[in-house]
Design a binder for this molecule. Sequence first.
Ligand SMILES: *Cc1c(COP(=O)(O)O)cnc(C)c1O
Length: 467
Amino acid sequence: MRYLRRVNDSRFRALPAVEALVGPDAPGAPARVLRVEAARLVLGEARAAMTANENCTAPSADELTRSASERARKLAEPLQSRVINATGVVLHTNLGRAPLSEPARRAIAQAASGYLSLEYDVPEGRRSHRALGVEAWLTRLTGAEAALAVNNGAAALLLVVSALAQGRKVVVSRGELVEIGGSFRLPEILKKAGATLVEVGTTNRTRLDDYRRALTPEVALILKVHPSNFRLVGFAERPEREELAELARESGVSFVEDVGSGALFDTRTIGVEHEPTVLESLNGGADLVTFSADKLLGGPQAGLVVGRRDRIAALKRDPLARALRIDKLTVAALEATLAAYVDLESAREQIPALALLAAPADAIQAQAERLRDALLSTKHGLVATVVPQASEVGGGALPGASLPTFAVALEAKGRSAAVLERLLRLGRPPIIARIQDDRVLLDARTLLMEDPAEIARIVGEVLAVEA
Ligand SMILES: *Cc1c(COP(=O)(O)O)cnc(C)c1O
């Protein structure tokens, strides 16, 4: 038995006790709770290494003390911290999707540092509703009668189905039963909201008649979902949005569209392919439209719903609305983000996601060249060349669409691409890159102005440590 062998093993007796590695309280040292956790981790790893390998002896007390104190310092640092996005994916869900605009960042700082009229009518001196400013901007920008903001796109859909179709049926085309980002599965959301899913049509073809035949008295809602992370090409068919809206109206059921990314403008104006807009959906007859605030909109994480006043009122009455409501920092950032859309020009200037997506190829190339020159000046035997590439939009927007971009292909003598990519991730801040054809690619589309110099510094540091 491994355990018995371990306690009887004299090698383990050479390991110090946890307390010996914790060390005394000292000014500037991490808190005791972190030093204890670090000591346990370091000892656990030493035991695991010795258990796995009979020839492995206990590390020296000095070595363990050093590891434990370094570990304790790491534990004191935030785990979710800034990274440099060199992936080229502008709306990278794992990297926090949209970077926020300067006005949104200021609004967050202000809302966070004191009190604000979150649910307070200042002129009247009485309680009011949360996020009235967000709702005002959403109706102003879309022409919808009413609006509501909740925590994210998934929450918006959950609330819509719960409020409008609980205990009843929701009709969805089989071609739109999507999974988004691994944990968002439409059928599961409908179930959780208390509705029964009625699938119609086939994966590639659904006709208006398929919907019509499904409309029994138990149906409360026809749901159209934008299949935002894949594209069906070839022998495919869907009824027009207007036809679905008319069928829903005739049958007295609600028609809701989840457009996913929620572009408030024609994305072709920033040089990327067409993505369904909120306006198209409203004009096409949707009673409600749901979308995310941190995808093409370029704001903080939130789920937005716009449309008919009576339907929005039903959503607000649902007990889930309270559980899904957005916090004050989101309210602040969202209001500032939406305000930039007062005209598209200011939105393109202020909102980083739009600026990055709209960046002209020659500007990206110039940025890539700045990065290459900065890297070559580090003199670590680096090979850096600017190469044309294609980057994705990300965030479940524009599947299959690729944007022409430029990257720096980086190679370091004596190190494989996998090793170099890992070293970049160990930098402070970490640099997130991708590997292609045995080279590390640093995509210049998602680099901010000051990043090239910082990347060169980080690369110099990680290579010097590893040299
Ligand atoms: C992204 C997306 C969602 C989920 O939105 P989150 O804000 O990530 O919760 C739902 N539906 C569609 C069509 C999407 O593209």
